[in-house]
Design a protein around this ligand. Sequence first.
Ligand code: SAM
Length: 286
Amino acid sequence: MPVNASSESIEPKPLEPGLYIVATPIGNLGDITLRAIDVLRAVSVIACEDTRVTGKLLKACCVKTRMQRYDDHASPAVRKKLIETAINEPVALVSDAGTPLVSDPGYRLVRDAREAGVNVTTIPGACAAVAGLTLSGLPNDRFLFAGFLPVKDKARSDVLAQLGGIEATLIFYETGPRLERSLKAIAQVWPTREIAVARELTKLHEECRTGTAEELVDHYSDHPPKGEIVLLVGPPMQETNDIDADDLLKDALQEMSASKAAGKVARATGLDRQTLYARAVELKQQ
Ligand code: SAM
C-alpha cells in the first residue's frame, strides 16, 4: 500500500510537508500499520519521546529516518524548529507506545503547528484506552477517558467525586504498584459498580478481569499485578439497573440522617440527590 493512497487513487504521491501524528503499537509489534511504516520511512525527521525506545521499533520495521527527541517539556526553540521544518518537509510525531497525545506528549506541538498553518494529519492505530474498552464488556456507547488518577489520597478522592455522576464508562490509565490503592478508593465511593482491569494488552500475558472493586482488591492483593494496566469503571446507569437504590438508602438510613443517606447513595450511584432525599424521607416514614 503506498504512503497516501486514497480510495480514489492508488498512485503513490510524494509525502506532502506537514506534521504526521503516527500511532505505534502498545506491545505487539505486529500492530504497526502499513501506513505508519510508509510515513515513518518517508518523513525527514521523527520527533519522539525516547530515541532508544523508538529506535527499537524503527529497527524492527527497517526504518532509517533520523530521530529528534521531543516532549512537551522541550524548549520552545525545539518546538519552533520542528514546526519550521514541517512547513517545508514532512515531519512525524510518535510517542513511546500507542497514540501520541493520549497521556503522551504532542499537545503543544500540534496546537502550535496548527496555529502556524502547518498541515497536520493523523495516522491512527493502537490506543490502550480503546483496546481496554473493547475488551472489558462494559457499556461503550459513552465513555470518558480520564488519564491517570492522582497518587495522593485527597486528590484521588476529589477526582472520583467529580466523576461520580457521569453516565459513561470511565477509563483510567494505571500502574501495577498503584492499582490496589486505586481500587480501594473506588470501592469506597462506588461499591457496586462493575470494574474491569485490562492488563498487558496485545502482549503474551494479556488479561481482562472484571468484578466489583472489592472483589478485584481481593484478587490483586494475592496476585500483585505486573505490567501495564487500563482500569475501567462501568457507568452508574448500569448499577441502577442492577441494584435497588432503596436497598442502599435503607442501609444508609440505619446509620445516618435522610440528607446524609441521600448524599452517600448519590455519590455511589450517580443518581439525583434530591430525588434520593425525597425517597429517603418516605422510607423513614414507612
Ligand atoms: N499513548 C498511549 C496510548 O495510546 O495508549 C498511552 C501512554 S501512557 C504514558 C502509558 C499508559 O497506557 C500505561 O501506564 C498503561 O496505563 C496504558 N498502557 C499502555 N500500553 C498498555 C498495554 N499494552 N496494556 C495495558 N495498558 C497499557
